[in-house]
Design a protein around this ligand. Sequence first.
Ligand SMILES: [Mg+2]
Ligand SMILES: [Zn+2]
Length: 253
Amino acid sequence: MIVPRRSSSSSAGRARPALFLDRDGVINAEIGYISHPDQMRVLPGVPAALRQLNLSDYLSIVITNQGAIAKGLFDEDALERVHARLDRILAQKADAFVDDLFYCPHHPDVSGRCACRKPAPGLLEVAIAKHNVDRSRSFMIGDKSIDIEAGRAAGLGAIAIASAHGPYLGEDYRFADLPAAVDFILGPYKKLAEEAEIVASSMLHTAEEVRRRLCVVDGASVIAARVLAERLRRRGVVCELAENGANTPPPQG
Ligand SMILES: [Mg+2]
Ligand SMILES: [Zn+2]
């Protein structure tokens, strides 16, 4: 049984937000190169989380490095069979799907440098153009620094999934797993982002020293401060949070 992906969206019409998903360690268990469908083990809660995304305005698009193809460890037909298994598991477990999937078949040791292997943002750019993605509301989610780097290079928000590959550099948010990240984006994020946008606009012309203090202290909570920092970063304004996103206590008096 082949379960087709819903790739019906096109560049026509209004732009939609997307969650760009790394594959191994985010959607399925990371066990090295996956060459056979039986090795595709979808992580707990992921089908249900993707179902929630499918019911929302968000596109779900997989972006994955598959250097094993260049190395000749398996071919693209084998990879297609692995992804067909992924589609089938998502459909059977939660009637869920990914809207599209892009992979880089290259490896620098074999085929030289390319523009599509993460941390390069090439695949993200192709996906953004194909699906008319609204970058300002979109995120790259991954468990390695290359995912964070690619997301930022494409002008997206960056979400790290905690893994043995950490620590990461420059992620906007960090969650234990994909379901937690999806809960946040589809839940409290929208309102927090709207509020943060208003504050961010008013802060663009303040001195950096003032901004730095406001960003940490003015947030009603750690998460609000994080959202503010993310919205400011997307406008090219650096607003570092305290270590671990901890809020510093408001000044007295
Ligand atoms: Mg990964
Ligand atoms: Zn490539």
